[in-house]
Design a protein. Structure first.
Length: 202
């Protein structure tokens, strides 16, 4: 996992990830009413200045995890749909995924990574490769990514958080790709159904 190597992005993320704890501690230390407003304003300014860097560190991790599915999806997505998008393969994938999740809960319990900012770039890339398993119809995308993260030593809570953050660009990319392929041939009624489904899903 490259835990012994110096990763500047990870180091910066770890440093910034502790900013909120320091922020809250200093807020609690500023007990006197006349000092409280000054401390709060100063720390809010620090948080605003550092927040873009904190977000950037997480964004780099998500981009690393997103890369495999973008490449493999563009190369093999249509072929996989043609070969495996049928009732029997989908049923097998659903059943197999359920068994894997049950086994995962019983076996993978030795977690070493408990915060998002502790996930390395290499681990993010490997989690992205696990996500590619979900290109098989019937396979849970979140289940595949959570399983992959837990195999790498990420605890369940952090794995779930990473998976759901990763879902946003992944689903957006998949939807955009399908719309480019088929959107121009949609009827008005089909666009309406798509719009209603998108609103209800939120």
């Amino acid at each position: 996992m490259g835990m012994g190597q110096k990763d500047p992005v990870r180091a910066r993320a770890v440093e910034l990830g502790r900013l909120k704890d320091c922020y809250e501690a200093l807020r609690r230390a500023a007990r006197a009413p006349q000092r409280r407003r000054f401390f709060a304003a100063a720390l809010d300014l620090v948080l605003i200045v550092c927040l873009p860097r904190m977000i950037a560190a997480i964004v780099f991790l998500i981009l690393a995890a997103l890369l495999p599915v973008l490449v493999l999806g563009a190369l093999f997505g249509d072929v996989i749909d043609k070969l495996l998008f049928a009732p029997i393969p989908v049923a097998i994938a659903l059943a197999g995924g359920g068994v894997v999740l049950i086994v995962m809960e019983r076996v993978l319990d030795a977690s070493r990574v408990r915060e998002l900012d502790d996930v390395s770039m290499r681990s993010a890339l490997v989690i992205g490769l696990f996500q590619c398993v979900a290109m098989i119809p019937g396979t849970s995308r979140s289940g595949a990514t959570i399983f992959g993260a837990m195999v790498l030593g990420v605890d369940r809570k952090t794995a779930a958080a990473f998976s759901f953050i990763l879902a946003i660009p992944t689903m957006a990319a998949a939807t955009g790709y399908k719309l480019i392929q088929n959107g121009l041939s949609f009827t008005g009624e089909q666009w309406g159904v798509l719009a209603v489904g998108s609103v209800v899903s939120f």
